[in-house]
Design a protein around this ligand. Sequence first.
Ligand code: C2O
Length: 545
Amino acid sequence: AEIHYHEFVVQAKPVKRLCRTHNSITVNGQFPGPTLQVRDGDTLVIKAINNAQYNVTLHWHGIRQLRNPWADGPEYVTQCPIRPGQSYTYRFTIKNQEGTLWWHAHSRWLRATVYGALIIYPRLGVPYPFPMPKKEIPILLGEWWDRNPMDVLKLATFTGAAPNVSDAYTINGQPGDLYRCSSKETVRFPVVSGETILLRIINSALNQELFFGVANHKLTVVGVDSSYTKPFTTSVIMLGPGQTTNVLLTADQAPARYYMAAHAYNSANAPFDNTTTTAILEYKSVPCNAKKGKSSTPIFPQLPGFNDTATATAFTAQVKSLSQVKVPTVIDHNLFFTVGLGLINCTNPNSPRCQGPNGTRFAASINNVSFVFPRINSLMQAYYQGQPGVFTTNFPPVPPVQFDYTGNVSRGLWQPVKRTKLYKLKYGSTVQIVLQDTSIVTIENHPMHLHGYEFYVVGMGFGNFNPSRDTAKFNLINPPRRNTIGTPPGGWVAIQFVANNPGIWLMHCHIDSHLNWGLAMAFLVENGVGKLQTVQPPPLDLPRC
Ligand code: C2O
């Protein structure tokens, strides 16, 4: 196993997109940021130096960080932010993970531009469970705003309204030639007829689920997040923010230029960015003259309609683990979490701070608790130092009131309360969580991400979860292992895991506008003695608040 040393300098850099330049926060001046390539068993040592004007932290999305929450990164959860001018070194070892993950800033909306791929190859000499591809291409899908995304967030946080939608989607940082001033920089991927390539597709968009396809080419799904899947062939995939999908593509079409494209899968009844990002798959044998003239306009893929929940859900439901897995047989913690939007009534609905629907402010919650990130200390440090008052551990395992979650409910039933509440899991216990979308404000796909773990997705469906009917249909044979799963709009998804990683681990919606509204909670996994003895001691350079 190797040790990889990197320096990640977080710094502003002028980036020009859509004819406009603004100072973007980047890592090492690169947008998207550097790609990390490691093998299972390797160690990463990344010194993050903050030369930007914002507080920042970095998160290694999907890395389990066994006994090492200090390297996980979510701001005010496992660490205090790295202040401008300061640095912090993230050290972690990859333990039994292979696949496509990614890293991103975990401070407010900085991840809009601070992100990159984290590719984990098998240990030396260990082959993929599929034919060796000729080459591999990371494809980072992103979202771009004409303004500094931190200002977009700031305005929305002030008004309590929904933030402006993005102005473009991007593939490896470029919007592509359907947008103004973007055609020259459209990303091109050369291929040779007959070869098979592995696309490692990452949805790093801030707020949007995306459909992705390549004109005339079939995609064979072989992995999601950091696990291998039973191969199946499709012409379109759907990824929620935070999710990754590995697909094999064989260049078996007539030599020409083909678009790969992504656009929104938007299940909510709300404004969204309805533009399309493109890159070009370019056969090397396309005759030179054909590359120029009109005839060479790339062929466009057929993507599903924006609100095609049937296609999105059918795709997700097709994903199975490559081989049989071991799920817990007895469940110690049977949790039922409502996830969804909400609105908080204002005493003065005409206030400039109450620009949400009907003079309210947006909030989002799990079991009616809208998560508040602490400001005075990180949860981990407060716990470790025995500092009281930062959080409580009475997060409700079930909703405080039961109702028809996906029916036509009045939101008066459900005004979120803002708290910093954790749910305690005993080390080694088995956990099942049913995540239930609610129809308050709007039904919506919520891509839920759990830090420090991977979980099995054992079932999903529409409407209200019904234990006696739905539990019997769980897939306990080959459910996919993931770190992020979409809660179907107006539906539910069930996940299972063993709480074998001590620490404090955030679970949240990976749509950052929802995270900002409080769609999060955290687990405290301790060994029963009341201290996290089994966690490594905090690094000496851990930022203090
Ligand atoms: Cu990819 Cu909490 O994040």
